[in-house]
Design a protein around this ligand. Structure first.
Ligand SMILES: Cc1cc2nc3c(=O)[nH]c(=O)nc-3n(C[C@H](O)[C@H](O)[C@H](O)COP(=O)(O)OP(=O)(O)OC[C@H]3O[C@@H](n4cnc5c(N)ncnc54)[C@H](O)[C@@H]3O)c2cc1C
Length: 372
């Protein structure tokens, strides 16, 4: 690379590629480094559910970041097509939570009232109202909570497309460049190292996904891999317009624009290993049986795995680190919802690099919460 970039981003997942795109759009020189190919880790494995909602612990970052991302995805859907000629696979009419017994309906409706009071847009539908909007739904429905702001996204396509747009704007991509250490002068981070090769930069952003916490022992973070098995099936003959959840259990079925559906996903703490197991298959089949039994005999098309970058409280780690006097930003640990927070995280990184007040307050997502 001829000139030292203004910003080096470690990690070419949805977070790193979105940041590269928006930083370059501000005129900054950006280099993006990945240990492997760009966009082949968690962001490739993801179900891509975009669901502006509240965080279980009520943290405002989550609601603000998912809402802002939803607006940004609407814009990116057109902009990235114009810039690259590729579709990112975005659409849908919201997400539905299905209650199939009077008990489930009472609990789901009470939860919906709490969400509505917190400002979340939703509707409580009867079974027949819901089936009019989504004909594939089963007969045995007591109530359905519709979150109309939800969308689906083909996360593989999104990451590849935003990476391509970033490259076309002039971001230098270096796949196969594993960062092995950060370089420092005094307390300030001044660049990165891969073996003997060094690359200096004004800013280094750590967006290395499940590996982010162990890049440099002096700037460690409690980010661990959360292994997920996930599969795709042929969808119902009537198509699917909504992401579906069952109130009483974890798991989801979410559409793709070509008629396939994606069923996910397990959560397993098995370190950095990856494996497809009969137990994983049984779990995923259980989700189909509980949510949309009508597609139980549809053809299974694919099954794959990925490593979510999990933080102890499931909120991301974003912003500077007091253990470095400058030049370094976190953008990792987004756990199960990194796709739906990617554009908002990227915009906040732009604010920080340009010395502006971050557009979403970072007090609950700073690394400080994990530093004794
Ligand atoms: C099965 C599954 C389902 C999911 N479903 C959803 C969903 O529906 N909605 C949602 O919002 N989120 C979902 N997620 C979570 C989401 O995918 C992640 O939060 C998000 O992809 C994280 O993006 P990232 O860019 O931080 O990480 P990644 O996509 O993992 O990218 C990190 C990159 O850093 C690179 N890297 C690592 N170490 C180094 C190094 N030393 N040097 C250089 N490069 C390095 C890696 O090679 C990788 O390319 C799901 C995840 C899984 C696994």
């Amino acid at each position: 690379m001829a000139r030292q970039p203004d910003v080096v981003i470690i990690g070419g997942g949805a977070i790193g590629c979105s940041a590269a795109y928006y930083l370059r759009s501000e005129g900054l020189q950006v280099a993006l480094l990945d240990k492997g190919p760009v966009g082949r880790e968690a962001s490739w494995a993801s179900a891509g559910i975009i669901g502006p909602s509240t965080h279980p612990r009520g943290d405002p970052w989550f609601r603000q970041a998912t809402l802002l991302s939803r607006q940004l995805f609407d814009e990116l859907n057109g902009a990235l097509f114009e810039e690259t000629g590729r579709r990112m696979g975005y659409g849908g009419r919201g997400s539905m939570t299905l209650a199939m017994s009077p008990g489930e309906a009472a609990e789901a409706t009470a939860d919906a009232e709490r969400e509505a009071a917190a400002g979340v847009s939703l509707e409580v539908l009867t079974g027949s109202e819901a089936r009019r909007r989504e004909p594939a739904l089963p007969e045995s429905l007591e109530a359905v909570i519709l979150h109309p702001e939800g969308r689906f996204l083909d996360a593989r396509n999104y990451t590849a497309t935003v990476a391509r747009a970033a490259r076309l704007k002039g971001v230098k991509m270096r796949p196969g460049w594993p960062v092995t250490a950060l370089t420092r002068e005094g307390g300030r981070v001044t660049g990165v190292r891969s073996g003997q090769e060094r690359l200096g930069a004004g800013w280094v952003i750590n967006a290395a996904g499940a590996w982010a916490g162990m890049l440099d022992s002096s700037l460690a973070a409690p980010i661990t891999p959360d292994h997920g098995q996930i599969m795709s099936l042929e969808g119902p003959a009537s198509g699917l317009r909504h992401t579906l959840h069952r109130w009483s259990r974890y798991g989801y079925i979410t559409p793709r624009p070509d008629g396939r559906v994606v069923v996910g996903a397990t959560h397993e703490e098995i370190g950095f290993r990856r494996r497809i197991t009969p137990g994983g298959l049984k779990y995923l089949a259980g989700v189909v049986g509980a949510v949309l039994p009508g597609i139980m005999e549809q053809a299974m098309l694919d099954i794959w795995t990925g490593l979510r970058p999990a933080s102890p409280d499931t909120l991301p780690i974003i912003g500077p680190d007091p253990r470095a006097s400058g030049g370094f930003l976190w953008a990792a640990g987004h756990s199960s919802s990194g796709i739906m927070q990617a554009p908002a995280t990227a915009k906040v990184l732009v604010d920080l690099v340009l010395g502006r007040e971050p557009r979403i307050p970072l007090d609950k997502v700073g690394i400080e919460r994990f530093l004794g």
